[in-house]
Design a protein around this ligand. Sequence first.
Ligand SMILES: Cc1ncc(COP(=O)(O)O)c(C=O)c1O
Length: 456
Amino acid sequence: MATLDPHHLPNRSRSESWYDRACASIAGGLGHDVRHAAPFPLYIERAEGAYKWDADGNRYIDYLVGNGAILLGHSHPAILEAVREAAPAGVHFGNDHPLQVEWAESIQRLVPCAERVRFVNSGSEATGLACRIARACTGRSKIVRFTGHFHGWLDELVAGFVPPFDVSPTTGRAPGAGEGVVMIPDNDLDLLERTLAEDDDIAGVILEGSGASWATVLLEPGYLAGVRELTRRYGVLMIVDEVITGFRWAPGGAQERAGIVADLSTHAKIIAGGMPGGAVCGREEIMEVMRITGDREHDRFERVLHYGTFNAAPLSAAAGRACLEIAADGGPQRRADTMAERLRAGLDQVLEERGVAGYVYGESSAFHIYLRGPGAEPVADRAALRTSDPAALKGMPGDLVAALQAGFRSRGMELMSYNGGMTSAAHAEGDIDETVAAFDEVVGELLDEGRVAVLA
Ligand SMILES: Cc1ncc(COP(=O)(O)O)c(C=O)c1O
């Protein structure tokens, strides 16, 4: 059975015909670039707990978890109930409303730096607004970012998350869009210190609290604390991008896990309980740059402008508040982390037993499978493969990634984009063990077909 060939996935004819229709109505045929899958993506009709079902009725154990937005499991009854309760009052007013204040208060209780919260609609909007606030507050113009870290798709920060990191991953950026962004490698505090010491025009340092792309490239222990110390010493704002890590790495996100308080943090996904929404959180004194005073000159020219029709939309507020209430005691995060730990160990054991040149790693509820293609330089010891090079960890051969994805899909599991995924609190031991057994078969096929490097 050629389960690694995405063109031979049986029983996906309805997804295929939805894709035909999508290609005639939706630009590029897709809603998001990473949903691309050759020869067509899956069309999902329903999701519950740890599972989702496609248009052909195939069930998947889901490790995409709504691009990381689902912590409690799909269709959690408390979130559905909150949305059901809020909807009849009106889905959108264009006004502020009480639920929004309660939502902000529940964020304040959890996020260490959230003396004030400002709502936006997505993670990309959150990082964009945070950079604007940092520049406005310090009167400086540049933002330091780290190679491989992802901060959304908008012009200023889009470059640098996929290899080759020094090439813009998109055409059509506004002229000069990335000019104020200084990119340096992470895990090097001396380099960061030199960068901050040599340039007095740096407003902020932004980084993913997990390391690049939900711990694809791990941060060294103590690195976040080191960045906190240096940014404070040089009077530069530390912006922790918690779009993934917020409420997942801990109720207080990566900040809580690392024992730090950022100046600003950016949020989306879990914050809105799986509905569209996001926020910038920050210290009161910094967030003051958004205040309207009634003074015409100040209000037009000396403050941060921020619009957004759907900011803090009522249904997102309802879902977010309900989700954060449940996530506040850390129980769902512990459960998801335990499942991910079991999964990482099980998957890694498969590679060990089969002598494959690869390893499985991650942090919190995330897992990543790093494999090398057959042309890679031989190594005898799996430990020698361990790397923190973002070009290697984010540069697995495309056909190997596609085969891995197809192998899992044909066995009823879906990974997140690329080579890993995340667990939710709804995943159970049985799901994990089923996934490990499937991986053993996938690796067997990869070996039979000579698609993956083995140990020397
Ligand atoms: C760390 C991080 N920042 C920002 C974003 C952008 O968020 P959105 O897709 O909501 O614009 C993402 C999205 O995955 C992310 O992972």
